[in-house]
Design a protein around this ligand. Sequence first.
Ligand code: EPZ
Length: 422
Amino acid sequence: MDKIQIFGGNPLIGEIKISGSKNSALPIMAASLLTDEKLSISNVPKLSDIDSMIKLLESLNVKVNKKNTTIDFQSFVPESLSASYELVRKMRASFLILGPLLARYGNASVSLPGGCAIGTRPVNLHLDGLERMGVKFKINSGYVTGNCEKGMKGSTINLKKISVGATENLMMAATLAEGETILKNAAREPEIIDLAKLLIKMGANIHGHGSKTIKIIGKKKLKGCEYKIMPDRIEAGTFALCVFGCSGKIKLLNVNKSISEHLQKIFKPLKSLNMIILDNGKSLLVKKIKETQVTIKIKTKEYPGFPTDLQAQLTSSLLKTKGKSEIVENIFENRFMHISELIRMGANLKQKGSKVIVSETKNLKGAEVMATDLRASSSLIIAGLIANGKTIINRVYHLDRGYEEIEKKLKKCGANIERIKK
Ligand code: EPZ
């Protein structure tokens, strides 16, 4: 397994090209199952999660042709409508094939994704919503098998909890269901809007995406199209927090206006982080103006609140800042796996339930640490960049799931960071 070695203390100066969004690409790739025509998706990030989704789709007789960051998909009738535990356990987003398979073929059997490092990650909202659209489910030996031989029927679905994945699964299924589907209490993340735009380009009839209520009127068939994935707002936010932690000045390229405005809003409490939107939102200049006392209280929330996917990185970026801050994780029940690793570097952190109190750490020292999940691993990178001495991060396969060549991007901006290939 590869490791990452960092010698901390360098400011970050330069430019970073933001890759396409992992959390937009994954549902959009699943949408290839909704049509037998060719889908050509560009600006796809080079990540192991994308490779896992390709393997899963190929097992369902989708022909996949990868040309750098453009991938063509064409879905043919599969011999088996079953997605194995082996493939699904690697990545929860695999569960997003359930809605499309049921809508296209009327039945499907998908392994339950199981939990992961950050929580139990149930799928009840996906199944309840699909049941309201006429699907009958049976669960045995870890697989959920759905049937709706008479076809799916549009329905009004009140999501008991805001869920990105459930909103995506149900929206995709509804595009081929008979009649109208209304999703209430839908997730509003930009990745939902990106998926809806792709589906509309395929001929779907969708309104209200990005708001709490999404209305979909089903069609008989969807067609192929070309589509470019939006930039990755979590990658952009991670690099902005690197600058906050290390100081310096970075120009983030290939972002868009809504991402730049969203990041400016959520990072406003970090007064010394100066963010200027340039060339009509295509790039964002991020600069740390001075060392200031920071005492903030941040609670993670569904979009447009502070994203849970930036919570761990915010904690690390605050470690050498004067002041005392509180960060509360409201979305997942166990998204603090990075804390014990940061404490091994001398971090002054106290966890109380879903809250972590971050106080200034005068002497944050490099150490050998272990990545546990995707965003925790990027928080260890930030800690390594600001600590004194050498940090070695193990199990960087977690990092490679969601960050494209992060060490190369940081090295180009002056960080002393190397990947040690095992
Ligand atoms: C998506 O996961 C993202 N993944 C996650 O990013 C992100 O953290 C999460 O949304 C929240 O923004 C992808 O888009 C591939 P949820 P998802 O359903 O859809 C509970 C990353 O780091 N819930 O919005 O799985 C759930 O347990 C990843 O890139 C149910 O109770 O998240 C959680 O507490 C990590 N029942 C909350 O809802 C359900 O049926 C939000 O989960 C579904 C979810």
